[in-house]
Design a protein around this ligand. Structure first.
Ligand code: HEC
Length: 295
């Protein structure tokens, strides 16, 4: 019996440990919250997951049933031996209950008389039990913790309080959002050759600008943007500002309200990436030659 329970212990422990190790590892890998992970699961994965979970629950129930049956069998065997007058193991306290007595510093039932208080209310009597040591330890730990907490948060102001933490998080998120959406240093503009910028600029251009400038930028209503002739200048700053402010009197609107600064920067770089290409049907040169400095 003893060995059996040891084996059972292992039989429970190993799969549980394995389960947590695997889920921890995969959580690390994807570094997503549980909620996102579930949301991103495909239908099959979800069904598989539910099935696995159901299987685990069933396995657990079977295990409990086995443990219960074994304890009943043990009891029956014992009773039979007692009836037949065979020697039986002293019915020692189970490890569990002796462990409980120990951790709770409880007085064994046989000795309870010693701690009985001498009042008796209609037969209800009271024991003067000790507080469990773990309870007392928690009590002391929480006092020490409280002192530490007060020193850190209220005396030395070493860490932000909840409200400040919230402000900080909001400020960080706002900065992050600005960085992603709209922060371009307009005092030092330059063409970028970051493929992500160019790719995004292409999308912006084809959606908004190609109607007048054509997909290949050869020009139609608007001028050819691939040649070296520029009405408003061909530097990164010139192009950026032309797009941002537009030339409303000539039919080119200001894009400031419709595109983010990042999009304007991207489309500026995309225009530059098509410089000196040969569009199918280029419009005649307009403006003056702008020479790029050797890069
Ligand atoms: C409705 C038509 C139209 C659309 C749409 C349009 N443009 Fe223009 N664009 C023009 C016209 C017309 C000009 C010439 C303005 C002038 O003559 O001063 C121009 C000029 C320009 C210039 C300056 C060219 C030079 O020679 O200096 C650039 C750069 C430019 N457009 C980029 C864009 C971008 C980028 C978009 C999309 C976000 C866009 N345009 C959308 C009509 C348009």
């Amino acid at each position: 019996m003893k060995y059996l329970s040891q084996i059972l212990n292992k039989a429970i422990l190993i799969p549980v440990l394995a389960f947590f190790t695997v889920s921890y590892a995969s959580a690390q890998e994807e570094s997503e919250g549980l909620y996102e992970t579930i949301q991103n699961l495909s239908e099959t994965e979800l069904i598989l997951g539910v099935l696995t979970l159901g299987l685990l629950v069933v396995a657990l129930l079977v295990l409990l049933a086995v443990i219960y049956t074994l304890s009943v069998v043990k009891m029956i065997v014992r009773e039979k031996r007692v009836k037949e007058g065979l020697p039986v193991e002293e019915k020692s306290e189970t490890t569990w209950s002796s462990w409980l007595t120990k951790v709770n510093d409880a007085v064994p039932v046989e000795e309870e008389e010693e701690i009985e208080l001498d009042h008796d209310y209609d037969g209800i009597r009271e024991l003067d039990n000790h507080l469990p040591p773990w309870w007392k330890a928690l009590f002391w730990v929480s006092i020490v913790w409280g002192i530490g907490y007060m020193l850190v948060y209220h005396v030395f102001d070493a860490a932000p309080l909840q409200a400040e933490e919230y402000e900080i998080a909001v400020a960080e998120a706002r900065a992050e959002a600005e960085k992603m959406a709209n922060v371009i240093d307009e005092s030092s503009l330059s063409f970028t050759d970051d493929p992500a910028h160019i790719e995004n600029g292409k999308l912006v251009f084809e959606a908004n600008c190609a109607v007048c400038h054509r997909n290949d930028m050869g020009g139609q209503v608007g001028p050819n943007l691939t040649d070296e002739y520029w009405i408003h200048g061909g530097s990164a700053e010139d192009i950026y500002m032309t797009i941002k402010n537009g030339v409303p009197e000539k039919g080119m609107i200001s894009w400031e309200d419709q595109l983010t600064k990042v999009q304007i920067r991207n489309v500026t770089s995309y225009i530059h990436s098509l410089y000196d290409t040969e569009p199918d049907n280029p419009k005649e040169p307009q403006g003056e030659v702008y020479k790029y400095e050797e890069e």
